[in-house]
Ligand binder design. Structure first.
Ligand code: TXA
Ligand code: MG
Length: 328
């Protein structure tokens, strides 16, 4: 845990101050529609280096560059492949991150030395106002320490990063609740590098068949795809619904999809009583933060239906479980 507190500013009145912190090389955590990002001026290598330091993030894990508007893409990188431009046109602003060639203006530290850059336009008015006011592209990973739960509220950022971040712009809970879908659409057939808030079905409707390669941990193309990731501090494992907890004195918390589990659990979170996957996604990390803070010995989680954004939710749950129960 980090000690000390960042400056917490309301998103509707704090934009100018937060933008000036970005312009002068500082770190600003800000809301997007997916999760809170930890932003720095993407044109400034020293500012970007501070992101890695604040998150204890390995230098091989590249950052996503955020733009205020889709029109900024060509200004920054020049012409992009038609298929990439078409997806940007269709889904930006929104929870889709696209892979393009890294322009010379972006220092290599932002992309961890890769020749490519991940980029998106967030669908959150405060995020876009901040980036526009700063007048620079903003590099931002999720605003959590590396490998831990992503933040969906300003409080999560404060708990996780403390004074390692200069300013937290509080825009309330994020709408989608899980990270953007990352797609490399430069080749013949788009490849999903990370499942996320934009469902695969929506991509396929727009772009035809795609290849989903979320588990390709062989090369570090998208460390959001590392097997162990998104983990709470409390041991967590997957468990199908239905069975009550063993009466063995172990205090267990349960993360349920739609129905409260039977039995005597020490803590319970239900993701969506209505059984809606988008609601479940929006609540996922907040519920896990809650169970993590409940003082239980173990968290059991129920997988959700494997459709739409449910695939991205299950992906996060499997990776969180793998941190505690590595494959085998
Ligand atoms: O929704 C989101 O995408 C959030 C908000 C803040 O925008 N950001 C986010 O960033 O989830 P982060 O750093 O937690 O995850 C970014 C992922 C990493 O797994 C990284 O490896 C991958 O994007 N990435 C970045 N640049 C890449 C590149 N050039 N090629 C492949 N993957 C890349
Ligand atoms: Mg992350």
């Amino acid at each position: 845990m980090t000690t000390g507190n960042p400056r917490l500013l309301p998103a509707d009145s704090g934009i100018a101050e937060a933008a000036s912190v970005l312009r002068t090389g500082g770190l600003v955590a800000f809301p997007t529609e997916t999760v809170y990002g930890l932003g720095a001026n993407a044109l400034d290598a020293r500012a970007a280096a501070r992101i890695f330091e604040a998150k204890a993030r390995p230098s091989f894990d590249p950052l996503i560059t955020h733009l205020a508007d889709g029109a900024e893409l060509e200004k920054l990188v020049g012409t992009v492949p038609a298929a990439v431009a078409a997806l940007a046109e269709r889904f930006w602003p929104g929870p889709l991150t696209l892979i393009v060639d890294r322009p010379a203006a972006i220092p290599p530290i932002v992309t961890s030395g890769l020749a490519t850059m991940a980029v998106r336009v967030p669908d959150n008015e405060h995020a876009r106002a901040l980036i526009a006011e700063a007048g620079v592209p903003v590099a931002a990973p999720s605003a959590n320490r590396f490998g831990q739960l992503s933040p969906t509220r300003a409080e999560h950022v404060v708990w996780g990063l403390g004074a390692a971040v200069d300013v937290v712009l509080d825009g309330g809970p994020t709408r989608c609740g899980i990270e953007s879908t990352i797609v490399d659409a430069r080749g013949e057939r788009p490849v999903v590098l990370r499942l996320g808030a934009l469902p695969v079905e929506a991509l396929e409707e727009a772009a035809g068949p795609v290849t989903v390669r979320p588990g390709s941990s062989g090369q570090p193309v998208a460390p959001g795809t590392l097997t162990a990731h998104y983990a709470p501090r409390t041991p967590l494992r997957l468990a199908p619904g239905g069975a009550p907890p063993a009466a063995d004195g172990v205090r267990r918390g349960y993360l349920a999809f739609r129905a409260r589990p039977v039995g005597d659990w020490a803590a319970v979170e239900v993701l969506s009583a209505a059984g809606e996957l988008t609601e479940a996604a929006a609540r996922l990390f907040d519920a896990l933060h809650g169970l993590d803070a409940a003082g239980v010995d173990e968290i059991l989680v129920e997988p959700v239906p494997e459709a739409g954004v449910g695939r991205a939710i299950n992906d996060r749950l499997r990776r969180a479980a793998a941190t505690w129960h590595p494959a085998g």
